[in-house]
Write a protein that binds this ligand. Sequence first.
Ligand code: ADP
Ligand code: MG
Length: 318
Amino acid sequence: MLSEFDIIRRFFTRPAPSAVLGVGDDAALLKVAPGMELAVSTDMLVAGRHFFPEADPEKLGHKALAVNLSDLAAMGAQPRWVTLALALPKANEKWLEAFAGGFMALAASHGVELIGGDTTRGPLNICVQILGEVPQGRALTRAGAKPGDDVWVSGRLGDAALALAHLQHRIVLEPREAAACLKALHTPEPRVSLGIALRGVAHSAIDVSDGLAADLGHILECSSAAAVVELSALPRSTALDRRLGQAAVRQALLAGGDDYELCFTAGAARRAAIEEIGRELRVRLSRVGRVESGAGLTVTGANGQPVKLKATGFDHFR
Ligand code: ADP
Ligand code: MG
C-alpha cells in the first residue's frame, strides 16, 4: 500500500533546476528574474463538477495543468513553476501513474517545473497553482480594451461543448468529428506562445473558459466598454454547424465553455501584425467584432439584428 510520502516521492518529485528549492521541504524557493513580475493563478478541478469521476487520468493530468497554463497565456506570461494539491479517494497506483504522466508531459513541453503541493485523502479534487514571469508592466489584462479596437478569437469555439453533447448522447458524431472535438474537451492546447506574442500588441486579453459571451463580458466590464460581435464571424468546426441546430450552435459558440482559446482586443492598426503572428504560430486568428463606447455585449446575426442569448456562461452558484 502506498503511503502519502511514497506517492509524493514516486509520482510528484522531479528535478526543478530553475527553482532555488523544489519539492521536499516546507516550502519551495524561487528567484524571479530581474525586471520581471510574477504572474500567479490557481484553478481547481472537482470530480463530478468539472469532469466525470471515471475520466481518463492521463487526460485529466493534462487538463488540470492546461487550464492553468491558459490563464497565464491570457496574461502574456511565461509559465515557469506549478504546485499541485491533490485530494484522492484512494492511493491507486495505476491512476497516479497515468495522471502524473499526463501532467508531467505537458509541463515538460512548456518548460514548467513542479515545485510543491499537497497530497491528502478525500473526494477527488485537483488544485493547481501556476507561477510565471512577465516583463514589468507588460502583462495583458482585462482592463485595456478601447473603443475602436477589433475583437479577436484564437482557434475555434464550441468544440468542447460539441464533445460534451456527444458524450451525453444528445447528438451522434462520426468517429473523425468525435476525435477532433474530444481532443478539444480533454486535452486542450493552451495558447501560451500566442499570449506572449501579443505583449505590446493586444490592449486586453482573457482566456475563454466559461464561453465567449461571459468572458468577453469580463473584458468589457473591466475596460468600461461595449462590443458588437458578429455571430457568422465566430470560428467553428464544420461538425458544429452540421450536427447542431441553429440555436444550439449559437449557444455552443457563445456560452459552451471549456474552449481555452484567447479572446483579445487590439487597435485596427495592428491587423497585419496579428495576422503575421497567427501565420508564424500556425494559430487561426479570427477578427470577430469591434469594441465601442458604452457597456455590454451585442451579438448580431446574419440580418445584422441582435440575437438573444439564453444563458451567457457558467456560474457555479447559479
Ligand atoms: P507539509 O507537511 O510541510 O505540508 P508535506 O508532507 O505535505 O509537507 O509535503 C512534503 C513535500 O512534498 C513538500 O515540499 C510539498 O510541497 C511536496 N508535495 C506534497 N504533495 C505534492 C504533490 N501532489 N505534488 C508536488 N509536490 C507535493
Ligand atoms: Mg502537506
